[in-house]
Design a binder for this molecule. Structure first.
Ligand code: SF4
Length: 709
């Protein structure tokens, strides 16, 4: 039952700590909100408020035409997270050795004084670039996520090159399209064929499946899913194409070959809207299905069948996920796949074309939130994905600057989520590193902190949101009082700015005022109006969304031959044409398995891993193995296996699964390190090398050995 995870707006259930039936004799107070988690759906929510501090069930807003009354099961149970017994309540000061998690309670003033003093002392010794404010997408609210830049820019602290999620996908999309936007996802309902490539929305973005279901019901549309293992979306699909990890580019090039060979290419469209040339055609001619089969493992006939289905479907919607970009050749893979809608002229029709992200449709002026008026371009930018090499002082990672000796971490959990975990932990254990972590729950990163600050959840502060996977700006106003002594990211930045002498008008505003300023400066409805409306649709006209007025490239043409030099410094490694780029970490005698670290259905990166119901459903950190591979190694179901490579090793429990190709293993997560048998998590195995052309983490590009324990 593929949609067992969906929670429709009509369901009512009691959850978490809210179990007193008497409460439900009162009329429910339903407050609007927005899911802040790192997910393109950015769902419009309706939250049961039971009293000023307590929520009940969370549902999707039925009136929002994208959310359409559906949220994932994780967020429906959000009461379990916001009222979690382990929520951080007060500021803490480390009392034991680093990493042991021994703390004592302190007051807010003392905590902020200590952080500010540490930043001042570090700056006095090494200069401001020694301080590295580090953040990411634990909340996607613009005020609370991005405000850390204001402190960074005003104080001239080291910058963050935010590569961990979107750098490779952005590069691949921009290579062809020149701008980060595409179809309105609601157009899926007008499609005859939906190709879900390299993403698993049943687990990660359930609303996509709502729109797929509508197209299937009303138009008899087919769903094709392309991925490396038979996940929830594959189960729901009409056709599942299973590629070897890191070989989607070969599949895409061969599909292009068939489209051209069998007359499905739209020659008129190609001439008018793209840089298609005899050289591109000759390249495709060399990429036969048989050539691709040898690389990606998909039988040549299956490739031909898919190409024919794609070619003859008038309205074919390609939704690209992040998964297949998280590879050393990820940007090339994404470019190769997204050449197909242009090759077959799919963009011309409603329901045809592709969507990666719509973030470029939003007209944001983030000057006040981010302190963009104070950016000094000479300040170094450190690669977020390379936090391990940065913290252990590898010179190339430090970009020739001073060591990082002080950090403020908000909205992320690098001890678990960052590549080359052994280096990250080694760095976090450094005695000369001062670490302040502002968090909601005691994550693994919190264990390494010198000062811990308790943070509000999205329900406890005001913020504004944009949907990357749709077209709405949404207001998420404070719904309940902050838990215990927790403070918002913005309040912490205000407290530090005061102590550090950081002056910027943004520090003198409330979160609401920052949201209001930003909305007005961006030409959007002001905060009060947005609160009243709940959301504002920034949808762009059909002609523009379909690039019928030209693509975002300098000559307005889609690029089969990208100008990679305009995208990143590693352009020399990129292929000239849509192709398989043979730069992945290949299986070998020493490392016979290719591995991916795919998202578990009940987790979202490292969020939700603290919820008992999520843990109960995911059970334990496991390694999905083909039974034939397991038998060959004498590994039984449920037994411990050691998985490793030159970066490190860890213990997992084997889980037999025939929905992957022999020679491929999958570890779904991201489980906390502390949930693993030896306290080391899956990112021990992932490299922190920057993938071309512009960096990016390669979570699904790993070669490993597997041994019975
Ligand atoms: S995690 Fe994604 S699908 Fe789930 S409620 Fe949040 S935005 Fe919606």
């Amino acid at each position: 039952m593929p949609f067992a995870d969906c929670q429709s707006g009509s369901e009512i259930a009691m959850v978490g700590s809210v179990s007193d039936p008497a409460r439900f004799t009162m009329p429910l107070d339903i407050v609007p909100s927005v899911c802040p988690h790192d997910c393109p759906s950015t769902c419009a929510l309706e939250v049961e408020r039971l009293d000023a501090k307590t929520i009940g069930r969370v549902r999707g807003a039925g009136e929002n035409s994208y959310t359409a009354g559906v949220v994932c099961a994780k967020t429906a149970r959000y009461a379990e997270r916001v009222h979690h017994k382990d929520r951080l309540t007060v500021p803490l000061l480390r009392t034991g050795p680093k990493g042991t998690g021994q703390f004592k309670e302190i007051g807010w003033d003392e905590a902020l004084d200590r952080v500010a003093d540490a930043f001042k002392a570090a700056t006095a010794k090494y200069g401001p670039e020694t301080v590295w404010p580090y953040y990411y997408a634990g909340t996607m609210g613009l005020v609370m996520r991005d405000g850390i830049h204001r402190l960074r820019h005003v104080m001239r602290y080291s910058g963050q090159d935010s590569t961990i999620c979107i750098a490779l996908t952005d590069a691949g999309w921009l290579a062809g399209h020149g701008v980060k936007r595409g179809l309105d996802p609601r157009e899926m309902q007008d499609s005859d064929l939906i190709v879900m490539w390299g993403g698993n929305p049943v687990a990660t973005q359930v609303n996509v499946m709502t729109h797929v279901a509508k197209a299937r019901k009303e138009r008899g549309a087919k769903l094709v899913h392309i991925d490396v293992y038979r996940n929830g979306t594959a189960e729901a699909a009409d056709i599942f194409i299973m590629v070897r990890p890191g070989t989607d580019g070969a599949l895409a090039a061969a599909v292009g070959h068939v489209l051209l060979k069998e007359g499905y290419a739209d020659r008129e469209y190609l001439a008018r809207y793209t840089d298609f040339s005899p050289e591109v055609e000759a390249h495709y001619a060399s990429r036969t299905p048989e050539w691709a089969e040898a690389i990606c493992g998909v039988p040549a006939q299956e490739i031909v069948d898919f190409a024919r289905l794609y070619g003859r479907s008038e309205r074919a919607f390609m939704r690209v996920g992040y998964g297949f970009s998280r590879s050393r050749n990820g940007a090339a893979q994404l470019h190769a796949a997204t050449c197909l809608p242009a090759l077959a002229g799919k963009w011309k029709r409603k329901g045809g074309g592709a969507l990666y992200s719509n973030s470029a449709i939003y007209p944001w002026n983030k000057t006040m939130i981010e302190g963009k008026d104070r950016i000094d371009p000479k300040v170094r930018l450190l690669d977020q994905s390379r936090i391990g090499p940065v913290l252990i002082g590898e010179p190339d990672a430090l970009k020739g600057g001073p060591p990082v000796t002080a950090m403020l971490v908000q909205n992320t959990n690098p001890a678990v989520v960052a590549p080359e975990q052994n280096k990250v932990i080694q760095g976090l254990l450094r005695e000369d590193l001062f670490l302040c972590v502002h968090e909601q729950l005691p994550t693994d990163t919190v264990r390494y902190a010198d000062v811990v600050l308790p943070a509000t959840t999205f329900l406890e502060h005001d913020d504004i949101y944009q949907g990357g996977g749709h077209t709405f700006v949404l207001m998420g106003a404070k719904a309940i009082e902050p838990y215990a002594q927790s403070r918002s990211n913005h309040e912490v930045l205000q407290g530090l700015a005061k102590r550090l002498g950081a002056e910027h008008p943004g520090f003198d505003m409330t979160a609401w005022e920052l949201a209001d300023w930003t909305l007005k400066a961006s030409g959007l409805p002001d905060a009060a109006t947005l609160k009243e409306q709940r959301w504002h649709d920034c949808v762009i006209p059909f002609e523009r969304a379909h690039f019928l007025d030209g693509f975002g490239t300098p000559d307005k043409r889609f690029r089969f031959r990208p100008d990679w030099s305009a995208i990143g410094p590693g352009f020399a490694a990129m292929p000239s044409f849509p192709d398989h780029l043979d730069t992945i970490e290949k299986a070998s005698e020493e490392h016979p398995f290719r591995m991916t670290t795919s998202p578990a259905r009940q987790f979202l990166n490292t969020s939700f891993t603290e919820m008992p119901t999520s843990v109960a459903r995911e059970i334990r950190p496991s390694l999905l193995m083909h039974p034939d591979d397991a038998a060959g190694l004498g590994i039984a179901e449920g037994s411990k296996v050691r998985v490793g490579n030159r970066r490190g090793d860890l213990l997992l429990h084997a889980k037999m699964f025939d929905g992957l190709r022999p020679g491929v293993v999958v570890a779904e997560g991201i489980w906390p390190n502390s949930r693993h048998v030896e306290g080391r998590g899956i990112n021990v195995l992932v490299g922190a090398d920057a993938a071309p052309p512009a960096g990016g983490a390669v979570f699904h590009d790993i070669a490993v050995w597997v041994r019975p324990e």
